[in-house]
Design a protein around this ligand. Structure first.
Ligand code: C5P
Length: 263
């Protein structure tokens, strides 16, 4: 069976402190975008749709000129993303049949389709393989993840006026609960789905996608909203999401380490 992917890369570089799109930030001389696309191609993904910030489609096409660099057999279509990650994925799904045709792949109901964040550009091929294998084995939706290591707190947000009046400054939030972390896993990408289920989940959740505040932050939660099962496989610390300057520095060290050790 062959798998296809939507690679989300339409986010801005604001939290990273850069002016352009985050996916065009370089890591060890290669953009996050190129590294993430190459990672999917190396793991055997047959074709990709990439979401770009509107206005950056041409720039993204220069990085990925119709195919993944170094993997000319893996076609790429770049589409403009939307207001939220969920809207971007929905735009990517619309273009999936076209890229499947370019790859000569028949997009069937049970074809595994991955959704992956370009910001997780160091995700090992083994993680991608585990997700695809679980869909092939019958899961309708699969997420990679790791047990959380921090203790998590739920906070009141926004703080009530009573709380604010009783002392803490506005940037201090009241803790309201400490969930039992033995059941909590942090979730990564790529998340994998049967094509028909992913499409249906996005159609069903379409109304949420208009703004970041209402949109789903991952695709699996849209499947959960349908009442369908989502399965977890083991992720990897290397699948970290490059969000802050600290993440980028860590990713640079990891890449340097891999390069100096010949990996
Ligand atoms: O903002 P966040 O870090 O959760 O974004 C996760 C991924 O979704 C990133 O790869 C980002 O480029 C992508 N994204 C997108 N469209 C948006 C917002 C984020 O494709 N509107």
């Amino acid at each position: 069976m062959v798998a296809l992917a939507v690679l989300t890369a339409a986010g801005s570089g604001t939290r990273l402190g850069c002016r352009g799109p985050k996916a065009l930030v370089e890591l060890g001389g290669q953009t996050l975008l190129e590294r993430a696309a190459r990672g999917l191609a190396d793991a055997g993904i047959a074709a990709l749709v990439v979401t770009a910030p509107p206005g950056e489609v041409d720039g993204f096409e220069r990085v990925l000129p119709g195919h993944v660099p170094g993997a000319p057999h893996v076609p790429v279509l770049v589409v403009a993303g939307g207001e939220s990650r969920q809207a971007s994925v929905a735009a990517g799904l619309e273009a999936l049949p076209a890229v499947a045709t370019l790859a000569g792949v028949e997009l069937a109901e049970d074809t595994p389709v991955l959704v992956h964040d370009a910001a997780r550009c160091l995700t090992p091929a083994e993680v991608i393989g585990r997700v695809v294998a679980a869909v092939e084995a019958g899961s309708v939706a699969v997420v990679p993840g790791l047990p959380v290591t921090d203790t998590l707190k739920e906070v009141a947000s926004p703080m009530s006026t009573t709380d604010a009046a009783s002392g803490p400054t506005p940037e201090v939030r009241r803790v309201v609960a400490t969930p039992d972390r033995s059941h909590l896993w942090g979730v990564q990408t790529p998340q994998g789905f049967r094509w028909s289920v992913l499409l249906h989940a996005h159609e069903h959740g379409r109304a949420l996608a208009a703004t970041e505040s209402t949109a789903a932050t991952d695709d699996a939660s849209l499947v959960e909203a349908l009442g369908l099962p989502v399965d977890m496989v083991r992720g990897d610390t290397l699948a970290l999401k490059v969000t802050s300057r600290t993440d980028l520095l860590l990713a640079e060290l990891l890449v340097e380490g891999a390069l100096t050790s010949g990996g």
